[in-house]
Ligand binder design. Structure first.
Ligand SMILES: Nc1ncnc2c1ncn2[C@@H]1O[C@H](COP(=O)(O)OP(=O)(O)O)[C@@H](O)[C@H]1O
Ligand SMILES: [Mg+2]
Length: 267
């Protein structure tokens, strides 16, 4: 592994509980270096999955949290001024392409369209990355793969990926795991008993049914892990659920009451 990306190696096996055939499918996608899109609501395991796959494949993982202010230079790199003049510094995408890492662009719809287009030449047969400012055409390393995550729930006309971008990727759907699996995850991640994990999942199921009826998003697995971690530290379960599940989800007083009531039916 090239020293420039050695720090990005995933050294410890991340805990990932497979929910279907996503591990095998991803391995096949990687084998043919298909760019991948992980779709699903926030907090349902997309990032954990890509960390696990990077570990399993033994490839470094370079993650970029996308945002509106991000420019193409933030991805590909820029000239920096130092004591000896100017020096080119590869951005995360260039680093990954040059040295053969998996590059994970998290929440890619947050990035502006003129930023997103820089990934196009890396996602077709050419597998190249033009560094216009530097006058260099980087040919992607054979191990390089591009992965993006995408939350279809946030989709709006203003914020969506163009078809011309989407169609470059294979896609895997992620969702909240089924109750038994989610129980296992929450209990493994936090150390709470299966019984407590089951109650947390029960609260989440109630809240997920309210999605679209006053809630934009359901309670995520991540939030259940938060609540479980508090309970494992002996925080009162009602207080833990309010703080980790209900309050972050909604500001609406009626909705909060409804969710608090759901919590009390379980704890
Ligand atoms: N299948 C899973 N296996 C293990 N942990 C999971 C799984 N799904 C969710 N989690 C837990 O939920 C948390 C949030 O998942 P994450 O991957 O960060 O979500 P996102 O989809 O937003 O990237 C993780 O830190 C982990 O504790
Ligand atoms: Mg994530």
């Amino acid at each position: 592994m090239h020293e420039q990306v050695r720090d990005y190696k995933v050294t410890q096996e991340p805990y990932y509980r497979a929910v279907g055939d996503e591990v095998d499918l991803y391995e096949a996608a990687y084998a043919v270096r298909m760019p991948m899109m992980l779709k699903g609501p926030t907090g349902c395991g997309k990032t954990r999955f890509v960390e696990y796959m990077a570990w399993k494949l033994g490839k470094p993982l370079i993650t970029v949290a996308c945002n509106e202010d991000m420019t193409a230079s933030d991805l590909v790199g820029r000239y920096l001024l130092d004591a000896n003049g100017t020096r080119w510094q590869d951005g995360p995408l260039t680093l990954a392409a040059r040295h053969g890492a998996i590059c994970y662009l998290d929440e890619v719809v947050e990035a502006r369209q003129d930023t997103v287009v820089v990934i196009h030449p890396l996602t077709d047969n050419r597998r190249v990355l033009p560094l216009e400012k530097k006058g260099e055409l980087v040919e992607a390393h054979k191990d390089f793969q591009l992965v993006i995550s995408y939350n279809p729930g946030y989709q709006s006309l203003m914020k969506d990926l163009k078809q011309s971008t989407k169609q470059r990727f294979g896609a895997l759907d992620f969702g909240y795991p089924e109750a038994d699996v989610e129980k296992e995850i929450v209990s493994h991640e936090t150390g709470v008993s299966n019984d407590v994990a089951g109650k947390l999942v029960g609260v989440a199921e109630r809240a997920r049914n309210l999605k679209g009826h006053g809630l934009d998003e359901g309670i995520s697995t991540r939030m259940l892990v938060h609540a479980g971690s508090l309970i494992a530290r002996e925080v009162d379960p009602l207080a833990a659920c309010r703080m980790a599940l209900v309050r972050p989800l909604t500001d609406d007083p009626d909705m909060r009451d409804a969710l608090d009531a759901a919590v009390t039916t379980f704890f």
